[in-house]
Design a protein around this ligand. Structure first.
Ligand code: UDP
Length: 195
């Protein structure tokens, strides 16, 4: 089985290494690909919010974030291999992104946090090309400007850390306008990285 349905949300049956490989493969496709990491909280939220459920199901890759999803999946007759968190998946991509000189943009968290996350990432991955950062507290009116900043940075990979629901909604809404290849929702990852 390629995927399972957990209360209406598609979860792809994929382990950590295969998820990582799929993300790298997305870098050589022509249209932007969205990677989501649904957890139990998101699946519960999507029960009362059909639009959010539709957004989650639009993900080009939905990996199970949270042992709860892996665990719940057993009740749906399919065993998911392991938990894949957005943070772990993002970090696992870094060596390859560094090696390939892929341009990475960090979007999200409070002003200053993404800058600090960038600094810390560069300590670990000296040649990583971080082509831009932007905080995640902008208005509807500022949205097109933010999209333009990302596109003119020529980013191939966009990590979006605006918290669950908000980040998936943003990715869904802006995916067609973005020229990136891989767009991934990574929750509170920049807060972790900036610490
Ligand atoms: N965040 C953001 N814009 C917002 C709301 C939140 O960039 O409008 C950021 C917040 O600063 C934090 C991250 O999203 O870095 C995760 O927030 P939270 O812990 O609330 O979300 P969750 O962990 O539930 O995904």
């Amino acid at each position: 089985k390629k995927s399972i349905n957990v209360l209406g949300v598609r979860i792809d049956c994929i382990n950590f290494d295969k998820a990582k490989k799929k993300c790298i493969d997305f870098l050589s496709t022509s249209s932007p690909k969205a990677v989501f990491t649904p957890n139990v909280e998101m699946i519960m939220l999507s029960q009362k919010d059909e639009k959010f459920r539709k957004i989650l199901n639009s993900g080009d890759l939905n990996v199970p974030d949270g042992i709860g999803v892996v665990w719940a999946s057993k009740y749906f007759g399919e065993k998911l291999y392991e938990r894949v968190t957005g943070f772990d998946l993002m970090m696992s991509l870094m060596p390859e992104l560094e090696e390939k000189k892929t341009k990475v943009f960090l979007l999200g968290a409070k002003p200053g946090v993404a800058e600090k996350a960038k600094e810390n990432l560069l300590k670990q991955f000296k040649n990583l090309k971080i082509c831009g950062v932007h905080h995640g507290y902008f208005s509807e009116e500022e949205n097109d400007t933010v999209v333009e900043i990302i596109n003119s940075s020529k980013a191939d990979v966009l990590f979006v850390a605006m918290g669950m629901k908000k980040q998936e909604e943003w990715i869904y809404k802006n995916k067609k306008k973005l020229k990136c290849k891989l767009i991934m929702g990574v929750g509170g990852s920049f807060d972790v990285l900036s610490g």
